[in-house]
Write a protein that binds this ligand. Sequence first.
Ligand code: UD1
Length: 440
Amino acid sequence: MADDRPFHWEYQEPPVEREAFRVEGGRPLRGEVPVSGSKNASLKLLAAAVLTGERCRFTNVPEIADVRVMVDTLRDLGVVVDHPGPNTYEVAAGDVDWLFVPLEAAAKMRASFILLGPLLARFGRVIISNPGGDRIGRRPVNLHVEAMERLGAEIAYRNGYYFARAPGRLRGGLVTFPDVTVMGTENAVLAATLADGHTTIRPAAQEPEVDDLITFLRKMGADVVRTAPDTIEVEGRRRLRGAEHRVIADRIEAGTFIVAAAVTGGEVTLRNAPCDHLGAFLDVMDRVGVSISREGDDISVRAAPVGEYAATDIETAPYPGLATDLQPPTAVLLSRAAGTSHIHEAIFEDRLEWLEELRRMGADVSIVDDHHASITGPCPLRGSEVEMSDLRAGASLILAALAAEGESVIHGAHQVRRGYENIERKFLDLGARIEHVSEG
Ligand code: UD1
């Protein structure tokens, strides 16, 4: 009898090279660290380049695994992507051979779904894998799909793939979201730039990376304006042109290094820091008692003596609220603060699980449910053997290991390479003892 199970659920991710970080903790970090370009901005900018056949050039792109996945995905479509020097990428999407984004790309990186809008808008059709895979429901893309349908796309879902087509051109329209979605907003904006007529997107995500994308699209000749904080309006154009752009600095990487200085009792200056994009996070640092000063594009962090940090409650929210990507690093800091801090993770339901690993390192953590936890400090962290479950949790375990007494081994180092450029080099330059070890 034929096996009628959808074939893609059987997909197994290819084995990744096992690698771990070994960290000798307890040394204050001191010195200067340059902040790299934003991961989340770069991925969308590279995707935006397929809206034109002309060459686009990006500088300050971080050299990270997620960027390589996007570059490989574009090249598989037949797009020319050159890498003339470190942090610089040029994209020329004159000839596109395939309008197909396979499961392999989606399984490696959910953000590959950002190609839906631009491919559909420019070429009128695309087959794209559902990045939810077997974790369907946990990270859905229904809002992206509904937004494309509001713009006139016809989308069918079969065997784990969305078959999307736009008869004629996409049509401008009103795209409303029940909740704020960052990539959903970006997909709608990208699609609307080449649609016929006017599009209004509301509520539109207000993240700085969305505005960086808008800045680039305007350089390409797109008519995109944020007319109110939560509203983006787009007048579709027939064609866009090539453009150049320098990617904004990564606010999440900046926040990670601020906590690194704070939890190791150190003193660190971040160069090219995105000071204006860290408001809610810097408020938390202030409440906890981390001393921060700004001068131009630099942020200087001075740690308080052990025991002087104060507990505080935090809640993640869409921008301008506290970024969910900065919740894990902040939790490490809260484990060093006196008293009980409550964490409300309001955006994702799987972002508190990693606290179990922090508990193994000695933190007094209580996970209440998928969205709530508390941490009581200050607790002495001790070197341990732990496992990274994802990118942000991974970076936070490194922070905890840097603050801990003794040696830690952190497995799953590939997670952190997805989004942090040269992370161990940067920590080594600040005086950390960290090395990566291959695990065969
Ligand atoms: C982006 C960022 C990620 C960040 C997140 C929230 C990139 C590549 N990733 O992810 O680092 O943590 O914003 O700031 O830019 N949702 C749905 N249906 C959808 C889409 C989203 O229900 O179709 C839900 C999500 O499950 C989540 C919420 O909406 O609960 C917000 O997610 P969203 O803003 O879309 O996150 P991403 O854009 O995927």
